[in-house]
Design a protein. Structure first.
Length: 135
């Protein structure tokens, strides 16, 4: 993740935008999978899954804003999983500015263009952040 970037790379990043990131894979599978127990079993016994990948680094070289995008209609990554992550980032890294855009009608895979009003809100959000941090 961006929080784990080495110093020389982190210094080049001016803005991070993430759509529907989640707090833990287990939590999102339990709340959005049709067969969460089977999915978790496969993940732990067949794939090369390591829960440690989802831990926060003690410190980060990242020194730019992180913007989180969620949608009320996202059933793949329910909004509360992203908001948990959002709050954890704010608490662990108070030096990092955080932003949140809540879309109203777009589903998970269609966030930037699934609904006309959401599309306009998404575009405004990204343009404002870009104008502020990436010029």
């Amino acid at each position: 993740t961006a929080l784990n970037l080495p110093k020389d790379l982190a210094e080049r990043v001016s803005l991070v935008i993430v759509e529907a990131p989640f707090d833990t894979l287990e939590n999102v599978m339990k709340s959005s999978s049709w067969v969460p127990n089977a999915g978790l079993w496969l993940l732990k016994n067949v794939a090369t899954y390591t829960p440690e990948a989802y831990t926060f680094p003690e410190t980060t070289h990242l020194n730019c804003p992180i913007a989180f995008v969620t949608s009320k209609k996202d059933t793949r990554v329910p909004q509360h999983h992203t908001l948990t992550l959002f709050e954890q980032v704010k608490l662990r890294y108070p030096q990092i500015e955080t932003y949140h855009l809540e879309l109203q009608n777009s589903h998970h895979s269609l966030m930037p263009y699934g609904d006309a009003e959401d599309q306009a809100a998404y575009l405004r959000f990204v343009e404002e952040l870009y104008d502020r941090y990436c010029q």
